[in-house]
Design a protein around this ligand. Structure first.
Ligand code: AMP
Ligand code: FE
Ligand code: FE
Ligand code: ZN
Length: 279
């Protein structure tokens, strides 16, 4: 069982990177990818846990990008984590995410009993911050019962608390991932309940720039969406992946709930610069 999309405390997951790998071993995954938002900070700890548990590790990241003002999450696999262009891009995004979250916390503090320190208490050291950390602070303060409730109410785009963050253009990000020797895969391209999704022409444009695959099997895609994306992948010659997008406690996603074929992983491995760490 191969699961190519998970998050740890290096971004907005609730398990430490080593714990994600241990949890993957416990549910019987043979291969897991760690794909924290805009960072590779969890790679070393995950690699150590992979060697210990016998799970193969695909080192990756989920890069925040925009296409025509629509948010696009780009999974990058097996890239050089020190590539200067990519490093600079991710640093810019993380800085913008921090400023943006502080502004959102300030706006929320006008109406609810939370402080920036409460938000920081929910984030790991150096973690890529995001709205889930605000949600956790709101839960801890008793303002809402769950992360989901926070996302459905005050953290939604369009509320007076919502502030966007800046992110690189999706085509530029695909090129940066390729330049870093990585394999770019479009994460949950049809997840319409998260906000606007990109039209097919944008996916064609990304494919022309070198996009390698589409994450088709994801809990945010219903059956018709999966079929449409699978057909599009075939037409464009893109590989197809499936993943859990695991975040630990606080989100219902279970490791291995969607999986990727060995053939697709072999193509990713062929194309990537950094090796898959095998026991
Ligand atoms: P941000 O990138 O800061 O705008 O926050 C978006 C992130 O929040 C996504 O990458 C998901 O990890 C997470 N997310 C989205 N919807 C929910 C939800 N309903 N409950 C918990 N986490 C969510
Ligand atoms: Fe996330
Ligand atoms: Fe995502
Ligand atoms: Zn994700």
């Amino acid at each position: 069982m191969i699961d190519l999309h998970t998050h740890s405390t290096a971004s907005d997951g609730r398990d430490a990177p080593g714990r994600v790998v241990e949890a993957a071993a416990a549910v019987g995954l043979t291969v897991v990818a760690l794909t924290d938002h805009d960072t590779t900070a969890g790679w070393a700890e995950a690699a150590e846990a992979a060697a210990r548990t016998g799970v193969a590790l695909v080192r990756g990241a989920e890069i925040s990008t925009v296409s025509d003002r629509v948010s696009v999450h780009l999974l990058a696999y097996l890239h050089d984590p020190a590539h200067p262009v990519l490093v600079a891009e991710l640093e810019r995004t993380r800085a913008s995410r921090l400023t943006r979250l502080e502004r959102m916390a300030g706006l929320l503090a006008e109406d609810y009993p939370i402080t920036w320190d409460d938000v920081l208490a929910q984030t790991g050291p150096g973690a890529t911050v995001g709205r889930p950390h605000l949600a956790d602070a709101l839960v801890a303060a008793g303002v809402v019962a769950t992360r989901d409730e926070a996302f459905a109410t005050m953290l939604r785009p369009g509320t007076r608390y919502y502030v966007p963050h800046s992110a690189p253009d999706a085509v530029a990000a695909v090129r940066a991932v390729l330049a870093a020797g990585g394999v770019p895969v479009f994460a949950h391209p049809g997840a319409s309940q998260r906000g606007r999704v990109v039209p097919e022409e944008r996916i064609e444009e990304l494919a022309a720039a070198g996009l390698a695959g589409l994450e088709v099997d994801h809990r945010d895609h219903d059956e018709p969406t999966r079929k449409r994306l699978r057909d599009l992948a075939r037409t464009l010659g893109l590989l197809v992946t499936g993943s859990s997008d695991y975040h630990g406690a606080g989100k219902p996603n279970r490791l291995g709930e969607n999986t990727t074929s060995a053939e697709a992983l072999a193509q990713i491995e062929d194309q990537g610069t950094v090796e898959v760490l095998r026991p």
